[in-house]
Design a binder for this molecule. Structure first.
Ligand SMILES: O=C[C@H](O)COP(=O)(O)O
Length: 248
């Protein structure tokens, strides 16, 4: 039985002060035996988030795959380990589009995180043009083939994979429940093709893209959707608490 995991991705939002206020408002609501709740915060807010998290898990939003070196502006996995984050989002479409992340670099990040005991939340998903062309399944399978290359089956089974169609991110145009379930099923099937039944049955697959308090339950009711990666609706404490309460 897979434990659901719902994570807010704050992106480039929230100062340390705002993070402290959010944790004080939300953390107690996240106590649950049945599901895991968490937030992904900018680097500067991570220590504050970890300090305020008794129930929420805290994720970084990116990392570098090298431990040290001349990589101005980057943050390594040991640095995240020292802060105490337990999860790290990698390969978000905004990073792939604006900051040059590729399946190859995402694969290196995933491997380094797993080695450090930090759970990767690997993001994949197709563009609107790819969706319109009927290429969603091919894009999903290709991204996973690259991003999950040469890993151990157990490691992949312990990961979280977020299917986020780019056309649904921040647009208010969420994927229909049927599309989301079908694509999350394809994600699981591709894990099965690459790493076998155990990895496929254990890996947790999230849907992301305009998830809100008013649609979270229908996504969570789908057999291949084990959680959500939530942008805009995770920024306000009351909206995130509503999502938590509706999925406990
Ligand atoms: O990582 C989260 C996604 O980019 C979804 O963002 P959104 O919920 O604002 O559409």
């Amino acid at each position: 039985m897979r434990k659901p995991i719902i994570v807010g991705n704050w992106k480039m939002n929230k100062t340390m002060k705002e993070t402290k206020e959010f944790m004080e408002a939300v953390d107690a609501a996240a106590a649950s035996e049945n599901a895991t709740y968490g937030i992904g915060a900018p680097y500067t807010a991570l220590s504050t988030a970890v300090a305020g998290a008794k129930n929420l898990i805290v994720a970084a939003e990116n990392c570098h795959f090298e431990d040290t070196g001349a990589f101005t502006g980057e943050v390594s996995v040991p640095m995240l380990q020292e802060i105490g984050v337990t999860h790290c989002i990698i390969g978000h479409s905004e990073r792939r589009t604006m900051f040059g992340d590729t399946d190859e670099t995402v694969n290196k990040k995933a491997k380094r995180l797993i080695e450090a005991g930090i759970t990767p939340i690997l993001c994949i998903g197709e563009t609107e043009a790819q969706y319109d062309a009927g290429d969603s399944e091919k894009v999903i399978r290709d991204q996973l083939t690259g991003s999950l290359a040469d890993m151990c089956p157990k490691c992949v089974g312990n990961m979280v994979i977020a299917y986020e169609p780019i056309w649904a991110i921040g647009t208010g145009k969420s994927a229909s429940v049927e599309i989301a379930e079908n694509c999350c099923r394809i994600v699981r099937d591709q894990v099965r093709v690459m790493y076998g039944d155990d990895a496929a049955e254990n890996v947790r697959v999230q849907y992301g893209g305009s998830v809100k308090p008013n649609n979270i339950q229908e996504y969570m009711a789908q057999p291949d959707i084990d959680g959500a990666l939530i942008g805009g609706a995770s920024l306000k404490a009351d909206s995130f608490i509503e999502i938590i309460e509706k999925t406990k």
